[in-house]
Design a protein around this ligand. Structure first.
Ligand code: SF4
Ligand code: SF4
Length: 478
């Protein structure tokens, strides 16, 4: 069943469901009810347009930006690393990001408790691409919503066929662009550009991924559309626990609007401000009637606000019958300006994000682990020397191969097997080495000696410690 058409021909909204609470895009027997959201204009629409174009630049631009020799950000699936602002992070570094993940979750709580679903209506890529890229293309090729609806209802014709073909060719092209950009977040822009320049036969796996991503985005934006928000988005499911009565929502002022009724200007005795024009329903991308109250399907996209404001203006009534508001505001209760919950969230998110940022950006590029090797804690060599053996794990987290030298970081009577030798570790590689330290017996105190060593490659010096053990009671310090 379809919704109404424009102007006086608008029939009452009939979803084939009656006035029950069933999801508006699901009809009898579970069939899909297609939504034809009417176009809107107004302040909120203009603001959303501006935000959307900035976000499109961000979402589509980020993976193509280089930061020195590497992408600004890339989850490098080939080398199991994250490239971020010229640094590479490996699975062992996940612990550095954990406070950041927690900060992100707390920030989601904070943002949602304060601004409701503003993310869904204003910034979610699904909304931004669907409403500000694919819908304008659809409108350009097939016309305004009421026209598209009328054409689809009229059935097969040459006019409808060429428009559908043209629209889907354009949809596929844009999906190809979005799909490749999404891949660039994981492959890097150079790999993506290389793959799309090759013939499919030369690189069937790469071509398969490009094709799969293209088809996925094409399907989501040409067919699945608002169902992604309504049926599968996990964030939407959390709303009921994240929102409270003070959270910002798109709400209908029923005190002012009811009793709704068409009536005539100047003779609306006993009627509220809602003229029951259903424009708020016709523009809604999920097909809901906000006058029924807060609903899971509401994306807070504010389209109904603009639609209703224009009706109010035409009827010479104040705007804001539908507005950004809160439940407590709608019910005329005290609006709490300072909410302890939000302060706690904000402090927690800031502290956790700060900890994570500090850990991530101060992480050394060289990691050294030392493990004692062999069955004996030490071996006597001659009268006055002791041998300690270790396995040294050196991970080079830098983007380049490095050559390292090992030296004692403090005065020490002894030597090791890497003196006057160097070893190389590839970018992101782990090198395992044997380290044999021979020390004079005098170096031990109570059978133990904490020894500092340096690993250096000219540019970077990293100090690490090994614990030497020797014969108890034989050193000069005993
Ligand atoms: S757009 Fe405004 S006046 Fe028209 S039905 Fe919706 S709430 Fe009522
Ligand atoms: S009810 Fe209004 S704000 Fe909510 S999704 Fe529909 S048009 Fe957007």
């Amino acid at each position: 069943m379809i919704q109404g058409v424009e102007g006086p021909k608008i029939p009452p909204l009939n979803l084939g469901l009656g006035e029950n609470e069933t999801q508006p895009t699901i009809g009898e027997g579970g069939r899909r009810v297609w939504i034809y959201p009417r176009e809107t204009s107004g302040k909120k629409t203009r603001h959303r347009n501006a935000v959307a174009w900035i976000l499109l630049l961000v979402y589509l631009g980020i993976p193509w930006i280089q930061w020195g020799e590497t992408p600004l950000i890339q989850v490098d699936v080939f080398q199991f690393r994250l490239l971020l602002m010229g640094h590479s992070y490996y699975p062992q570094d996940i612990k550095l990001f954990l406070p950041g993940f927690l900060a992100f979750i707390v920030a989601v709580f904070l943002f949602t408790a304060k601004f409701g679903r503003a993310w869904c209506g204003w910034a979610c890529p699904q909304t931004v691409f669907l409403q500000f890229v694919f819908s304008p293309i659809e409108r350009w090729i097939e016309g305004r919503a009421w026209k598209r609806q009328a054409r689809d209802a009229a059935g097969f014709s040459f006019d409808i066929v060429w428009r559908k073909i043209a629209k889907h060719v354009l949809f596929l092209s844009v999906a190809f662009l979005i799909g490749n950009t999404a891949l660039a977040y994981f492959w890097g822009r150079d790999n993506v550009l290389w793959v799309v320049r090759q013939s499919p036969a030369a690189n069937p796996a790469g071509f398969g991924f490009v094709l799969a991503f293209t088809l996925l985005f094409y399907w989501v934006f040409s067919y699945f559309k608002e169902q992604a928000c309504v049926l599968i988005c996990p964030y939407a499911r959390f709303q009921s626990v994240l929102l409270d009565e003070h959270s910002l929502i798109v709400g209908y002022d029923s005190k002012r609007g009811e009793t709704r009724g068409k009536g005539l200007m100047g003779s609306r005795e006993g009627l509220g401000d809602c003229v029951d024009c259903r424009q708020c329903v016709l523009v809604c991308p999920t097909g809901i009637d906000i006058r029924k109250g807060q609903q899971l399907e509401c994306l807070a996209c504010t389209r109904c606000i603009d639609a209703c404001d224009s009706i109010m203006t035409a009827w010479k009534k104040p705007a804001g019958l539908i507005s950004y508001t809160s439940l407590s505001n709608l019910e005329g209760r005290l609006v709490t300006k300072i909410r302890k919950r939000l302060i706690v969230y904000a402090v927690l998110a800031t502290v956790l994000a700060g900890i994570s940022a500090f850990l991530v950006f101060t992480r050394p590029d060289v990691a050294v682990d030392v493990v004692r090797r062999g069955f004996n804690p030490y071996t006597n060599i001659g009268e006055d020397s002791v041998l300690n053996t270790f396995t040294l794990h050196v991970r080079n987290k830098d983007l380049h191969r490095r050559e390292f030298a090992l030296s004692f970081a403090e005065p020490f009577q002894g030597h090791h097997n890497w003196e006057s030798r160097r070893f190389a570790v590839g970018a992101g590689q782990l090198q395992t080495l044997e380290l044999n330290v021979v020390s004079h017996r005098n170096e031990f105190q109570f059978g133990k000696r904490d020894l500092k060593l340096d690993i250096r490659d000219g540019a970077v010096t990293r100090e690490f410690k090994v614990v030497l053990v020797g014969p108890f009671g034989t050193g000069k310090h005993n």
